[in-house]
Design a protein around this ligand. Sequence first.
Ligand code: G6P
Length: 592
Amino acid sequence: MCGIVGYIGNQQAEPILMDCLARLEYRGYDSSGVAVRENDKSNDIKIYKDAVRVSVLQKQSPHFNGSTGIAHTRWATHGPPSLLNAHPHLDCTGRFAVVHNGVITNYQELKRQLIKEGHNIVSETDTEVIPHLIEKFYKGNLEEAVKLTAALLIGSYAIIVLCKDEPKLVVAKMGSPLVIGIKDCEKFIASDTPAIINYTNKVVYLEDGDFGVITEDRVVITRNGEEIHREEKKVNWCKEDAQKTGYDHFMIKEIHEQPKVIRDMILEDALSDSKLTIGEDVQSLKIIACGTSYNAGLIGEYIIEELLGIPTTVVFGSEFNHRRAIFPNEAIVITQSGETADVLSAMKTMQNAGVKMLAITNVPGSTASRLSDRTIYTRAGPEISVAATKSFIAQLISLYQLVLLHPDVDNNIREQLVTELKDLPTKVEKLFDLEPQIIECAKYIAQCKDAFYVGRGINFPIALEGALKLKEVSYIHAEGYAAGELKHGPFALLNKGVPVIAIVAQDGNHESMLISIKEIKTRDAYVIALADEEDDSIDSSIDVVLRIPHTHALLSPVLHIIPLQLLAYYTAKLMSCSIDFPRNLAKSVTVE
Ligand code: G6P
């Protein structure tokens, strides 16, 4: 999991590369590096890299004078973070520099052969074989050398190649994402669109097997030796989407964007595209996702079974190919990035088995959208913070919409839910009034070692997601449980003062939640309850009650997750954690 960028144009490349790279740090940030082709007679490739984050690289790197370059932010897979393992990688002569995202699975074999042939390979990475192979095959035509090299690579790659002898960049893609941004006399290449939206919103998405030769004013894409046309697309994201715009962190900015995300998603026409629902004759469904998207999938499972009665199971993308696959009639794939390797590999298996797939993704042109039969694009805008917030809400809204579009939903319930959906943005805005109270809770949690989250029914996945958020950004051990399960084990861990965050929805589980809370309080735990503003049954023994605006029980997860996102954020902030880029985590996990 790495981020790669390239620039060719009429400006100094280095500051642009650094700026783009900083926006890709969510893909990894244990090392970074930049290479620029000098604008002088030598055309030498100048390189600076280290096991540091982009902000440090930016300060330390000497300023290179050149308008063509490449850069990389790394998430170590082969070889620990170190200067030698950082990208870009060079060949023996220093004429070729390469940045790579993906994994070359046959690199050991290629490396052995190259060493036998006298190449000096200095890193432990899988990537370094690429510049050496290009060196071996180069006969005055970079594109040809890259093609010959790619023919030997097994695994996944998006690569950008810089050559001292040719004023161009050559790219190749197989299994890892690559997008080219187009602007008059400038071209930008990146793993993902947010990296380049500061410069252009016109993009071309490459497909697996594509090669590209990019000069200041042209992009030539070839495939199987033939030149092909790939449509230029306009991205509806703006510069501000990829900036903090006055907020301390992307996470809190993105939490605050949620009312707008819901508004944008429930536009009048969103509930009218009857293609974007589950087929009428579907007997069973599987939902495939990872991480936060998996938790959204669990809520999807609940509403599909509740409103449509279609048996549904949710499977981790990472588990799908590791057990006997019982193929459903249809599958829903939920993935913010559309690039999670485990999800894509499950999708490929389902594609081969002829399963119809509907993808819910936030990234136009992503691999998941291309592998699926139909795609619902969530309108969350680019999400930069590694911990997903607004994309989760957007996934939930998509799931509600796709279920409500199904003809089997009872008309009365549909009407009620559509009306309530439209009121959600205002109710979410009201939730932000809770921030001072949530900061007080965060002060309590920040000094604890563990935290438990409990919910029932449709809010059980919210307990999982609340706990996941806290773990991700504050590194406090947190677990989400179905409230009734506490007594089957976790009770052993409850003692005086342990925080338990309880979601008390106004639904059929209300009474049993109150009973669970009584049991928890008996163990002297510190209970923070999320309770409906109209709920007057909340016991005075509960330590903190966060009052949540009333909505339809089936929509309550949308309102319950937001205070929990805020709780995680403020706890991490009090603990001075690296909130947007938590240790050991990356936003898009593009390796299996
Ligand atoms: C990573 C991210 C999570 C995300 C998960 C699935 O682990 O850190 O925030 O939920 O991947 O990503 P996807 O893009 O498939 O939703």
